[in-house]
Ligand binder design. Structure first.
Ligand SMILES: Cc1cc2nc3c(=O)[nH]c(=O)nc-3n(C[C@H](O)[C@H](O)[C@H](O)COP(=O)(O)OP(=O)(O)OC[C@H]3O[C@@H](n4cnc5c(N)ncnc54)[C@H](O)[C@@H]3O)c2cc1C
Length: 268
């Protein structure tokens, strides 16, 4: 059980900022920064690193129900190259309630402070984090199928969402990555069809590799739901495609730009 002070730390905070989700401005709470220590490091593939975070505040934080909702995320605060502390969004991949830890899987692209920090992080290093924030996914009980679409930055969210679905739900999972061989094995239920899509350097938009794959897939029958995240321009192009070609209404497509080419600290 959390103490009153702990609950206050997590919930009773002023609304101080806004963010945009699906074109709707939403008030968000600015939450306190809590300390965490790197307790373990695992190289998942050439460009993906799993860091396990621990500490007294982490142990309390993971008991917050909101932290455990599929796709929920935190801001991690890391030093930038000029020494300034900057916040970046990362999905909560796993919890260990017994050990009081959570895991974050970092895709270490070449450029940013969070990616660089994760690349060099060692057991014992510290940072602060704030959250949790909602991942924007909830399964509509009348959905007859689900599509999950993303890139390396969304692997955690997709895996957490998949592990919380009713097993009979059919659907498709499309993930664009640099090297599909790096990411196997990746568990999906037998009703879900998983496609790894190799990143090409074709321009974003109509030529994007995910759009090409979608064009070759027959739209599942019945009422469906799509969650799509990743590079912001790609996300927009995929959403437009789904509305125009698959005739899905906007309400059944949940989108989130996780990053934007050429933009540091992108917020959608
Ligand atoms: C809700 C949410 C959850 C997220 N969860 C995860 C997660 O679990 N794991 C994860 O790895 N990422 C995740 N991301 C994406 C991550 O926050 C961004 O990639 C972020 O930009 C990384 O910060 P940075 O300091 O490394 O780079 P920034 O300083 O933000 O950007 C510096 C430069 O790097 C480029 N860049 C940023 N991301 C990428 C990328 N993926 N590939 C190529 N170039 C890039 C930018 O365009 C910019 O030019 C999530 C984002 C959101 C919004």
């Amino acid at each position: 059980m959390c103490t009153t002070t702990e609950k206050q730390k997590m919930n009773l905070l002023p609304i101080l900022d806004v963010e945009t989700q699906n074109n709707i401005q939403q008030p968000i709470q600015v939450r306190p920064q809590l300390p965490a220590v790197v307790a373990a490091r695992e190289q998942l593939s050439t460009a993906r690193i799993r860091l396990t975070f621990s500490g007294n505040d982490v142990a309390t934080f993971i008991r917050n129900e909101a932290a455990q909702s599929p796709g929920s995320w935190v801001k991690l605060f890391v030093p930038s190259s000029n020494g300034e502390i900057v916040g970046r969004a990362y999905t909560l991949r796993k919890f260990d309630l017994g050990k009081g830890t959570f895991d974050v899987d970092f895709f270490t692209h070449k450029n940013g402070p969070a990616s660089s920090w994760a690349n060099s992080a060692q057991v014992g290093d510290t940072l602060t984090f704030a959250g949790p924030r909602d991942g924007g996914f909830s399964l509509d009980p009348i959905s007859e199928w689900l599509a999950l679409i993303g890139d390396e930055t969304c692997l955690s969210a997709i895996q957490v969402i998949l592990s919380n679905l009713p097993s009979a739900l059919p659907g498709i999972v499309l993930i664009e990555v640099d090297d599909p061989d790096e990411h196997k094995p990746f568990f999906v239920d037998q009703n879900m069809k998983l496609q790894w899509i190799k990143r090409t350097h074709s321009p974003l938009g109509a030529d994007g590799p995910i759009l090409k794959s979608l064009d070759n897939i027959t739209r599942p029958q019945g009422r469906g739901q799509v969650w799509v995240a990743g590079e912001s321009n790609s996300v927009k192009a995929i959403s437009t495609f789904l509305q125009e070609k698959w005739k899905l209404d906007k309400e059944s497509i949940r989108t989130k730009g996780y990053w934007k080419k050429g933009v540091a600290h992108f917020r959608s």
